[in-house]
Design a protein around this ligand. Structure first.
Ligand code: HDE
Length: 692
């Protein structure tokens, strides 16, 4: 870990006799000034009429400081307010030059700088990282031809088909307007009321009730552009495209009980995980893939690709990996970059174009509009994180917070006065696909958007048995928080259409004595085949890379076992943290002092992927009276993690009521433990909780 710089009130500072803070003068400190550059003589005391007298209005230093502070906050994003971001680069490995002119998609090997922000959707900026929620996956690519923003999510489909419904779905999921809760949760009446009356949301409901929306790490989520876009080649021919990000570490999720406990143990779990990774010199990496298809192929699909509640199964159009994204640098300043970054799906570069997806069309308007109110000025593109990194020139002028000072008389076009002023370029400039949009105007929804259940069913039947149980249990949990029984019943009615057995399981889980009537689909449900790519567990990568192992130790622990575990785990790419009853560390069996990374009560096992208990028999017995230690073990077991144990750990296992299984391994059998630690112990699950 890099050592952080000591601040001014560190060990050099001490309290003076009058209670005021004195600091040793350091020659290297620059003088503290006001915003006007006036050096400040005292940053501890305001200007008073006498030592116990009133503060004087004259004190411009105090007034400036407090005034600026009063205006520090800007409105948070209406959705996706809670986010974490990083810098990095995109590198193309396979050119798409036959279908696009976009340099970023044709110049192999060129590294394009990116800024990528991940987010939850429903919670406020200060909410927790681990609720059940879709994750935003927004990438700003600073290409040679301008900024391209690929503003996607970690699920490939959306709740609604038309932008007109976006304020409704968002209002319904946000905290209820009369009571101001729940924060960052879909498990409440208004959300499920809206959903129950919106059959088009059923496919996305299956995704959000799956483990995809309780990710283990932002480094382990997929990203999807969701909508179809177009690629345009030099001849002006267009090809449709869907964009995908695939995490190199593989996908991994938490289990629900773990996600809930993580919210308390570390509300910043995902932000810290990304920060720690990059701070330690690591990276987060994704493959970039496309699905390319023509209008003729699209005409043969059993759904409409312009409908954002549908995905294109990989069996129908395979993914072609054409590049990678590496995130390697945490921002210098959270506010300046992560908070002020302004993504907009309308930011496209020549060679890429929009499709007619009605949700995308609405988004093209929304983002710039919301940024004007959030960032306060049309000049927000001058904020460094938003500014293009290629040359740019336009005639837009003035406005609040203008920081550019253009020279000369010409701020219009055409002009004859300034031969070097910017002009439009009919060849290299952005062009829209020449499409014949003949048809009859009206507020209508295409008939081809009417099938709301077929892909929901396809998703459900593509899941492993464990995942299906998790979906059913998530639905039971969410609906159990809904007070209106008719809403629960309507949802179960929809579930019956998706999968009769799923409807029955959820009805049973809710304790319904009668199965509510099934919904009436507008179109018959198609029996689409399962798609292997849709299962998370089915595609998980058994690896320790990027994972974190916690070793619980106490006075008298065997230092050799700890070192062996640590060394072997690190060799497989895992990080290791030592947890002890006191953060100051422990005295090992051989008398040596061992520092700890975390204190037991503040470092529960939920923050680890697997745990090892390396304890003397005496310490093990003592820890049985420590609730944090018993919970450490019980939760690790309940969250299906591999546990390494030694003789000293046996008492603790018993206190936690654990019957050891194949995932409980001897701490000195390092190889077996690390193998078990590469995955969750799914077979254990029916023994530790009742799933719907
Ligand atoms: Fe967004 N969305 N959205 N959205 N969205 C915003 O823009 C909106 C949609 C997504 O890290 C807002 O600057 C409308 C789909 C991400 O800064 C806002 C519609 C997808 C982010 C907005 C959608 C997204 C946003 C809020 C339906 C996945 C966070 C603040 C027509 C493909 C970006 C802001 C970041 C943010 C509007 C639907 C992804 C209000 C009107 C579909 C990742 O403009």
């Amino acid at each position: 870990m890099k050592k952080r710089k000591q601040d001014d009130t560190g060990p050099d500072a001490h309290l003076g006799t009058g209670g005021e803070l004195h600091q040793h003068a350091h020659a290297e400190h620059p003088p503290l000034t006001t915003q006007q550059g006036i050096p400040i003589s005292d940053n501890q005391n305001s200007l008073r009429a006498h030592p116990r007298g009133p503060t004087l209005l004259e004190d411009f230093v105090l007034r400036e400081k407090i005034t600026h502070f009063d205006h520090e906050r800007i409105p948070e994003r209406i959705v996706h307010a809670r986010g974490s971001a990083a810098h990095g680069f995109f590198e193309l490995t396979d050119s798409l030059s036959d279908v696009t002119t976009a340099k970023v998609l044709t110049e192999v090997g060129v590294q394009t700088p990116v800024f990528t922000r991940f987010s939850t959707v429903a919670g406020g900026a200060g909410s927790v990282d681990t609720p059940r929620d879709v994750r935003g996956f927004a990438v700003k690519l600073y290409t040679k031809e301008g900024n391209w923003d690929l503003v996607g999510n970690n699920v490939p489909v959306f709740f609604i088909q038309d932008a007109m419904k976006f304020p409704d779905v968002v209002h319904s999921v946000k905290m209820e307007p009369d009571r101001g809760f729940p924060q960052s949760a879909s498990a409440h009446d208004t959300f499920w009321d809206f959903i129950s009356l919106t059959p088009e949301s059923m496919h996305t409901v299956m995704w959000i009730m799956s483990d995809r929306t309780i990710p283990r790490s932002l480094r382990m989520i997929e990203g999807f552009g969701v909508h179809s876009f177009r690629l345009l080649n030099a001849a002006g021919e267009s090809t449709f495209v869907k964009f995908h990000w695939r995490p190199r570490l593989g996908m991994q999720s938490t289990v629900w009980d773990e996600a809930v406990k993580l919210a308390g143990a570390d509300p910043d779990f995902h932000r810290r995980d990304l920060f720690d990774t990059l701070d330690a010199g690591g990276v987060a990496e994704w493959d970039f893939a496309v699905q390319l298809f023509t209008q003729e192929e699209a005409d043969g699909f059993p759904f409409d690709h312009l409908d954002p509640t549908k995905l294109i199964p990989e069996e129908l159009v395979p993914l072609r990996v054409i590049g990678r994204m590496v995130l390697d640098r945490w921002p210098d300043n959270f506010f300046a970059e992560t908070e002020q970054v302004a993504f907009c799906p309308a930011n496209l570069v020549p060679g890429i174009d929009f499709s007619n997806d009605p949700l995308l069309q609405g988004r093209l308007f929304s983002y710039l509009d919301t940024q004007l109110s959030r960032l306060g000025s049309p000049n927000f593109t001058q904020i460094p994180v938003n500014a293009p990194k290629c040359p740019f020139a336009h005639h837009q002028r003035d406005g609040h917070m203008q920081t550019e000072q253009p020279k000369g008389r010409v701020n219009y076009e055409p002009s004859s006065l300034a031969p070097d002023s910017p002009r439009a370029d009919p060849n290299a400039g952005f062009k829209s696909a020449a499409v014949d949009e003949g048809g009859v105007r009206g507020r209508v929804r295409a008939e081809s958007f009417a099938d709301h259940y077929s892909q929901a069913r396809q998703f459900f039947i593509s899941q492993t048995e464990i995942e299906q149980s998790h979906i059913a249990s998530a639905l039971v949990f969410e609906l159990s928080k809904v007070e209106h029984v008719h809403v629960q019943q309507t949802i179960v009615g929809h579930l019956r259409v998706i999968d009769e057995r799923l409807g029955q399981r959820v009805a049973d889980g809710l304790g319904m004595d009668k199965l509510p009537p099934a919904a009436h689909p507008a179109k018959p449900v198609q029996k689409l085949p399962p798609s292997a790519a849709l299962s998370l567990i089915g595609n998980a990568k058994d690896t320790l890379e990027g994972r974190c192992i916690g070793i619980l130790m106490a006075d008298g622990s065997d230092g050799a076992v700890i070192s062996a575990l640590k060394k072997a785990a690190q060799a497989q790419g895992a990080r290791v943290k030592l947890v002890a009853p006191r953060v100051g560390g422990v005295t090992l069996a051989d008398g040596k002092h061992q520092a700890a990374d975390g204190q037991l009560a503040g470092t529960p096992s939920v923050v680890f992927d697997a745990v090892a208990l390396v304890l003397s028999e005496d310490a093990g017995r003592k820890l049985c009276r420590e609730a944090a230690a018993v919970d450490f073990v019980r939760d690790a077991f309940g969250h299906l993690k591999a546990i390494a144990t030694d003789a000293g750990a046996q008492a603790l296992l018993q206190a936690a009521g654990i019957e050891p299984d194949a995932g409980v391994v001897r701490a000195d059998d390092v190889k077996a433990f690390l193998k078990a630690a590469t995955t969750r112990q799914w077979v254990r699950e029916p023994k530790v909780r009742t799933l719907a």
